[in-house]
Design a protein around this ligand. Structure first.
Ligand SMILES: C[S@@+](CC[C@H](N)C(=O)[O-])C[C@H]1O[C@@H](n2cnc3c(N)ncnc32)[C@H](O)[C@@H]1O
Length: 343
């Protein structure tokens, strides 16, 4: 068919189709008089291009994705996570405008309130955008499962690793057909424990390579690109959230936002279980650091300074203040599980 007919069928314009041709995204056959002809395959490709443009992909990204069929899923995954991030930012903006309107209704909206509220919004946006993977988890993905088995010389963060993951599963005690989310799923070691219980598991991670390894090991896990502060899930979409050895990669201020984000995603009687490296509180942190200093345990000190082991009391306070019943167990002086159930 000719360009006009193809454009009509796809509810677009001949100009748009020509633009994609100029960008090298589509090569129609050229007949006599230089007319362009589009067959079924061209139409299918055009349809895909239009859909991918609609969700915000650039023409160069589309070209790359279409050239390498396997990459389409990766691109869509990244695109979905970017859209969720934008959606959450919009929600923050709406909440801020609502707050301003509320104050205005009470005739209380002063210029400094406007400034304060917009500053809060800016800070929130910055916190979401600031995080970067300084550990290069993409590089670690293929050796991760082997590496966690090796014991550290004087400070083994993976001591009791497997027991902790099993305990997380037993705290959650999942019911068949529930939807669970594992944040920072890595190679899927925790998420996979739930598959035997007929749970639908979603594994979220910021590292594409980790997600690839996870998918190869456990094709049943729905892997999603995303991060603690912008989960690629709708409000109330999950029954429970678990996470292991991941939360200590974000600073404490971000951890509270991460809890808020988990709270958004779980339903009314939702459960959260966090297995991670943490201190009981600031006092415990200082005491343990002093002891490692005294013992000249540089391995421990370096590991602790390189990451963000939680102040557990901050997590517990947030959870209690937000309607959760909380329980904790510890496996060793730095590995804890925090289990929280919304009541
Ligand atoms: C040490 S691995 C733990 C993997 C797995 N949960 C386990 O227990 O074996 C940390 C994982 O958390 C992910 N991660 C770190 N920070 C993250 C963030 N802000 N959002 C999402 N994932 C994150 C990393 O990409 C990595 O896959």
């Amino acid at each position: 068919m000719k360009i006009k007919e193809a454009a009509n069928q796809l509810h677009t314009t001949p100009r748009t189709i020509r633009f994609y041709e100029e960008k090298g995204l589509i090569q129609p056959e050229k007949g006599e008089n230089e007319y362009r002809y589009y067959n079924e395959t061209h139409l299918w490709r055009l349809q895909a291009i239009l859909a991918l443009r609609e969700i915000g992909m650039s023409t160069s990204q589309i070209k790359e994705a279409l050239e390498n069929g396997n990459e389409i899923e990766t691109y869509l995954n990244v695109q979905r996570s970017a859209l969720y991030e934008q959606w959450l930012q919009m929600k923050d903006m709406i909440t801020t405008v609502d707050d301003m309107l509320e104050k205005q209704k009470e005739h209380n909206l002063a210029a400094e309130d406007l400034f304060k509220l917009s500053k809060q919004l800016k800070e929130l946006k910055q916190i979401r955008n600031d995080w970067e993977d300084k550990w290069n988890f993409d590089n670690q993905a293929h050796d991760y499962d082997e590496n966690i088995k090796t014991t550290g010389y004087r400070f083994n963060v993976h001591e009791h690793y497997h027991e902790a993951l099993v305990k997380v599963e037993s705290f959650i005690s999942p019911m068949p057909d529930e939807i669970g989310v594992d944040i920072g799923t890595g190679t899927g070691n925790l998420a996979s424990l739930f598959l035997e219980k007929d749970v639908e598991m979603i594994g979220v991670d910021q590292s594409e390579e980790m997600l690839k390894v996870c998918k190869e090991k456990h094709p049943e896990i729905d892997v999603r690109h995303g991060h603690f502060l912008a989960l690629p899930l709708m409000d109330g979409q999950a029954d429970f959230i678990v996470t292991s050895y991941a939360l200590h990669h974000i600073p404490d201020t971000q951890k509270l936002l991460a809890l808020k984000e988990m709270d958004r995603v779980i339903g009314k009687n939702g459960r959260i279980a966090i297995a991670d490296l943490m201190f009981e509180d600031e006092y415990d942190r200082n005491a343990k650091l002093a002891k490692y200093e005294e013992d000249e345990n540089h391995e421990a000190l370096e590991a602790i300074h390189d990451e963000y082991y939680a102040d557990r009391s901050l997590l517990l306070n947030w959870l209690k203040d937000n309607g959760y019943q909380v329980e904790c167990v510890s496996f060793n002086p730095i590995l804890y599980i925090v289990f929280a159930e919304k009541i």
